[in-house]
Design a protein around this ligand. Structure first.
Ligand code: CP
Length: 316
């Protein structure tokens, strides 16, 4: 059976095939002119997005909303547990049962792993997982992959270093698994043991025949990397502040380090927000792709809405 986006919940990167990613990226490339010209078609006129963010977010929350607006739709938001009736003891299940009557699609960020799946089991409108605890963040992985494609011109035979908090960072979990749809990727996971990539993900990737190197040596990994995907150590997910403080300054990318160690055409990605792991001196380098990456999120989310709501044929 041909896999399709239409009316699907988007919960995990496991749902995607290379054909689906091709069609998403082809449509994403048509989104930038719609945003720039303001005069494009408005296929989501009359649709409402329920933007439910129960955990802090800037990029995902705002880019989901702006994506919907640029396509002519309306956005109905709730931000933070404290401003929703969850603070009065309402369950997520009841929240979804109610708000599915107020909107055509729901973007959900929630601190608990499995929350998007739970919402999808109840909702008659599509749920887009915008991050569930340290589980998955599939739309971030899609925009990361799109950015790699735009930066490198290919998705195959790349050496990709992921560095930082690989244990709690849901973006690296989703991206690493999504990259397994490509050919010949060499993975380098650089992190202290306490926040290394979970064993089940490493086993899954190796089981699919990919080369995986586990290391604590960023300098060595930088030399052969086509992509360096840096991530923030997620302070909020540590039980004891001391554990966080012992590793917070281990891997800091600077302009000097990149110039002296990396290939000239390396691309530096980061899902953002950053703390100190990429020095601001890197921002002026052509290799710094992380702000372009955040912008690409708008186009990928626009394309995803069109495909899930079955309105992609409105775009020429
Ligand atoms: N990358 C990302 O998910 O950023 P936000 O937490 O700001 O949405």
């Amino acid at each position: 059976m041909r896999m399709s986006f239409h009316n699907q919940h988007i919960i995990s990167v496991d749902q995607f095939t290379t054909e689906m990613i091709d069609s998403l990226f082809r449509l994403s490339q048509k989104m930038e002119p719609i945003v720039q010209n303001r005069k494009g078609p408005k296929p989501l006129n009359g649709y409402v997005l329920g933007n439910l963010f129960f955990e802090a977010s800037t990029r995902s929350r705002m880019s989901f909303a702006s994506a919907f607006y640029y396509l002519g739709g309306l956005v109905n938001s709730t931000v933070g547990m404290v401003f929703s009736s969850i603070s009065k003891g309402e369950t997520l299940a009841d929240t979804i049962r109610v708000i599915q009557s107020y909107c055509d699609i729901i973007a959900l960020r929630h601190p608990e792993i499995g929350s998007a799946c739970e919402a999808a089991s109840i909702s008659r409108v599509p749920i887009i997982n915008a991050g569930d605890g340290h589980g998955e963040h599939p739309t971030q992985a899609l925009l990361d992959l799109y950015t790699i494609f735009l930066e490198k011109g290919t998705l195959d035979h790349l050496t990709i270093t992921m560095v930082g908090d690989l244990r709690f960072g849901r973006t690296v979990h989703s991206l690493a698994r999504l990259l397994c749809l490509q050919k010949g990727i060499r993975f380098k996971f650089v992190a202290p043991q306490v926040v290394q990539m979970p064993e089940d993900i490493v086993t899954e990737i190796k089981g699919k025949g990919f080369e995986v190197e586990i290391s604590e040596d960023l300098n060595e990994a930088m030399k052969s990397s086509d992509i360096i995907y840096s991530t923030r150590i997620q302070r909020e997910r540590f039980e004891h502040p001391k554990d966080y403080e012992s590793i917070e300054n281990l891997y800091i990318l600077t302009k000097e380090k990149i110039q002296s160690l990396c290939k000239k055409d390396v691309s530096i990605l980061h899902p953002l927000p950053r703390t100190n792991e990429i020095d601001t001196g890197v921002d002026e380098m052509s290799q710094a792709a992380y702000f372009r990456q955040a912008q690409n999120g708008l186009y990928v989310r626009m394309a995803l809405f069109l495909l899930v709501l079955g309105r992609e044929s409105d775009i020429q």
